[in-house]
Design a protein around this ligand. Structure first.
Ligand code: FES
Length: 119
C-alpha cells in the first residue's frame, strides 16, 4: 500500500509505505529537514506543518506533546515523531520551513528573472 507525500516548497512528491515517519519520507525524497537529536524529539528542529485528512497521521506521541505543547494542536508536528498511517491512495502535503539562506537565494533569483523579463 502506498501513500503519496508532497513536500513544499520544493513540490517533490513521492510514494511511501504506511508507517514511515515524515522525517524518513523526507530523507527518501532527498528533502532536507534540520535535526540535531536524530529523531528523538529532543531538538524541535524538525517542525513541519502538514495538510492531511484526519486519521492519516498518528496522534502526537507523549514526547512530542511535551515538547510542542500547544503547537501540536495547530497543525505543526515534529517530522521525526509523525508517522503516516493513512490508507491507500491518500495524500499528505508537508510544508517544510525553508532554510533562510536558500529562501533569500530563491527570492533573489525570482527578482532577477523579473528584471530580465523587463529587458
Ligand atoms: S529531529 Fe529533533 S525533534 Fe525531531
Amino acid at each position: 500500500m502506498s501513500i503519496s507525500i508532497q513536500f513544499e516548497p520544493d513540490g517533490k512528491q513521492i510514494e511511501i509505505k504506511q508507517g514511515m515517519t515524515v522525517l524518513e519520507a523526507a530523507r527518501k525524497a532527498r528533502i532536507s529537514i534540520r535535526t540535531r537529536c536524530d529523531g528523538k524529539a529532543g531538538c524541535l528542529q524538525c517542525k513541519v506543518s502538514i495538510e492531511a485528512d484526519e486519521g492519516m497521521m498518528n496522534f502526537p506521541t507523549e514526547a512530542e506533546q511535551r515538547k510542542m505543547g500547544y503547537f501540536s494542536t495547530c497543525g505543526e508536528r515534529l517530522a521525526c515523531q509523525t508517522r503516516i498511517i493513512g490508507s491507500a491512495h491518500s495524500k499528505a502535503i508537508v510544508h517544510v520551513p525553508e532554510d533562510p539562506l536558500k529562501a533569500a537565494v530563491r527570492k533573489r533569483l525570482l527578482e532577477q528573472q523579473e528584471e530580465d523579463r523587463l529587458w
